[in-house]
Ligand binder design. Structure first.
Ligand SMILES: *Cc1c(COP(=O)(O)O)cnc(C)c1O
Length: 392
């Protein structure tokens, strides 16, 4: 049975009524038959039937033994970092998600945890960064917003030799395109907010592990610190996840077309999209990626590499909405230098490949012809205005 069939097949019917849609168990507590004797649930921070249904679905999607659902992606990040102790070191991808960077560098640094950022698309630099204190390797592949690709299998063997845990933040790929546990990772993390819930209507996070003891430790941290996904939001996540395969397939096909359009456009200097043959990580992405689906996130920069041109461009798109986030049914656009990565100094941004005019797209479910037409007219307007400005 293929994953998508298995997931739908195993989603539980309500044992009480046979309801085909998992009910929203909006309750904080559960009746006990005798003190300490319950029907599997006692208090909703510890466990809730709606959340449990989503957690089982998430574990099935990633091929793990346990899924744990959090109140946000960053709450999941936080729970993993609580596995560490003072003096431990983390080796992390250099253009790591901004919120994860903030947690590591403004909160966990005060607890004696140090981080080394390396370009993980270069396996040798990961190896060099390892010390006897390295406990955790943190990957995102592809990264945000430059879409750099790292070799999960190669880095998993480095992690194993170093007795460090390998975590892959799999938000961009979703389990449809990439299942890191099968490539040797120990922990998979998701911002459920993005592709899995998929409709820009819920904030949630998730962790999946294959080792049962590690799963118990993370579950313990979650129950001890409390960042759980509520029943309503769990239901929305279940609802979204049931169409993940369809959405991701369509979004990837559309994004490939949009990336090719941008790649051939005379005003575009470069396009980051792992589905393009010209992308340096194309072959690695293809090898670790099921069915050659490369997702919906594309970034590109302009020949005339000035930030005001990127700002102007996103002001001219009509169909594509200017907003942070990604992975929803509606296409979104943002200027990372001004928005998601504004807190990174300009020199550091440029060193990380974030050009001044870099624009990031999250492709949704609109028809690709319409998206291409919208981006084409916006690019033409930027061109028109910049030629007007050149004095005769
Ligand atoms: C959005 C995102 C997060 C954080 O998730 P929230 O649900 O916003 O807390 C973490 N990692 C990646 C790659 C993301 O895109």
């Amino acid at each position: 049975m293929r994953t998508e069939t298995a997931i739908l097949y195993t989603l539980p019917h309500d044992p009480l009524t046979g309801a085909v849609s998992v009910p929203i168990y909006q309750t904080s507590t559960f009746e006990q038959e005798a003190p300490g004797v319950n029907r599997g649930f006692d208090y909703s921070r510890t466990n809730n039937p709606t959340r449990q249904a989503f957690e089982e679905l998430l574990a099935a999607l990633e091929g793990g033994t346990r899924g744990i659902a959090f109140s946000s992606g960053l709450a999941a990040v936080d729970a993993v970092l609580k596995l560490l102790s003072s003096g431990d070191e983390v080796v992390a991808v250099d253009d790591i998600y901004g919120g994860t960077y903030r947690a590591l560098h403004t909160i966990y640094d005060r607890f004696g945890i140090t981080v080394k950022h390396v370009d993980t698309s270069d396996v040798a630099s990961v190896l060099e960064a390892i010390t006897p204190r390295t406990r955790l390797i943190w990957l995102e592949t592809p990264t945000n917003p430059t879409l750099k690709v790292s070799d999960i299998r190669a880095i998993a063997s480095i992690a194993q030799a170093a007795r460090a845990l390998l975590l892959v933040d799999n938000t961009f790929c979703s389990p449809v395109a990439q299942q890191p546990l099968k490539l040797g990772a120990d922990i998979v993390l998701h911002s459920i907010t993005k592709y899995i819930a998929g409709h820009s209507d819920v904030i949630g996070g998730g962790i999946v592990v294959k080792d049962e003891e590690l799963g118990r430790r993370i579950r313990y941290i979650q129950n001890a610190t409390g960042a759980v996904l509520g029943p309503q939001d769990s239901w929305l996540a279940i609802r979204g996840a049931q169409t993940l395969h369809l959405r991701y397939e369509r979004i990837s096909a559309s994004a490939q077309r949009v990336a090719e359009f941008l790649h051939g456009h005379p005003d575009v200097a470069g396009v980051n999209y792992p589905g393009l043959r010209s992308h340096p990580g194309h072959l690695v992405a293809r090898a670790q990626n099921a069915g050659g689906q490369f997702g919906g996130v594309i970034s590109f920069w302009l020949k005339d590499d000035r930030e005001e041109h990127a700002v102007e461009l996103v002001g001219h798109t009509a169909l594509v909405t200017l907003a942070e986030s990604l992975g929803g049914v509606k296409s979104l656009v943002c200027v990372p230098g001004r928005m998601t990565h504004a807190s990174v100094p300009r020199d550091a941004r440029r060193a990380a490949g974030i050009h001044d005019s870099l624009v990031r797209l999250s492709i949704g479910l609109e028809h690709p012809d319409d998206l291409i037409a919208d981006l084409g007219q916006a690019l033409a307007k930027v061109k028109e205005r910049s030629t007007e400005k050149i004095p005769a």
